[in-house]
Ligand binder design. Structure first.
Ligand SMILES: [Zn+2]
Length: 197
């Protein structure tokens, strides 16, 4: 007779989410000692902007993008960036950096009184165009992923890149439906940026 199945965790060592496609990025480092990972930062990205379905974002985050393949890529030539997660238009999930480590998604930033949000946040990129709408499948993916992150880390806040780097960044922008995310998560209003509640 088999015993009842043991409680399973969706997390693997280092903060890798079991149901994401795993593609390790070299663009990461250790978090500072004692970092309190209490923030999820949402972004939008598509390469070239507004074109969906290719593998350019995966290439960017693994330093394998052909900068000469599109005029837009010349504008970002040489940048070394990453995020923990990437949610495609159909909700498919990719992961590039284990959440125990520090991904390079936020840049100069400040939120809940603390600067350099890369130190103590999890970064999620949504495939999309800054300011444009996002797909139901992407909200569904967030509705599973954010609580999973919050079970492993002491998450208390969700914010957009535009909120943690105001004036410098505009993603994900006004096309992102914050009330929809809040309803899906059921987290308190205080978890979300002022103006999105
Ligand atoms: Zn961003």
């Amino acid at each position: 007779m088999a015993d009842a199945p043991a409680a399973t965790t969706p997390w693997q060592e280092g903060g890798w989410y079991a149901s994401a496609h795993r593609l390790a990025s070299p663009n990461f480092g250790p978090r500072p000692a004692g970092a309190c990972v209490d923030l999820i930062v949402l972004h939008s990205i598509s390469l070239p902007p507004g074109q969906y379905g290719g593998d350019e974002v995966q290439r960017l985050f693994t330093n394998r993008l052909d900068w000469s393949a599109h005029p837009y890529f010349e504008q970002i030539r040489g940048i070394e960036v990453s995020a923990h997660f990437y949610v495609r238009r159909d909700g498919t999930l990719w992961q590039f950096v284990g959440c125990d480590d520090r991904a390079w998604h936020a840049g100069a930033s400040c939120w809940r009184g603390r600067a350099d949000c890369n130190d103590d946040s999890v970064g999620i990129e949504l495939e999309g165009l800054e300011g444009g709408p996002f797909e139901p499948a992407q909200y569904e993916a967030l509705a599973h992923l954010c609580p999973a992150i919050a079970r492993r880390y002491p998450v208390r806040y969700v914010a957009g890149h535009e909120h943690i780097a105001p004036g410098r960044k505009q993603d994900p922008g006004p096309g992102f439906d914050w009330p929809r995310l809040r309803a899906a998560l059921g987290w308190p209003a205080e978890a979300f940026p002022p103006g999105t509640r």
